[in-house]
Design a binder for this molecule. Structure first.
Ligand SMILES: [Zn+2]
Length: 93
């Protein structure tokens, strides 16, 4: 690693906004002139996108199961509701 290159972890901190302003500016100036760090940064953002995609996918995987469970419940709820209303003796408002 050439002298002066920040660690990948520091680049990640920069992406996440964990660095102070002066450190961020210093690092950004370095990255502008450093192809290596630009590549590392591109990889880091790609990984973040991948993680986000995986998270989104996890939600999508869970949602259909939930929807099916809810869909299966709806007819039962309707039956319960009609039973409850037909048993109800008090007059409607
Ligand atoms: Zn560098």
């Amino acid at each position: 690693m050439p002298v002066g290159c920040p660690e990948p972890r520091q680049l990640q901190d920069l992406l996440l906004g964990h660095l102070g302003e002066s450190a961020s500016v210093r690092m950004e100036r370095h990255i502008e002139r450093c192809d290596r760090c630009t590549g590392v940064l591109a990889n880091l953002t790609a990984e973040d996108s991948l993680v986000e995609a995986l998270r989104a996918r996890a939600n999508v995987v869970l949602a259909p199961a939930d929807q099916n469970a809810v869909r299966a419940l709806i007819p039962r709820l309707h039956r319960l509701h009609s039973t409850a209303t037909s048993c109800r003796k008090e007059p409607l408002p």
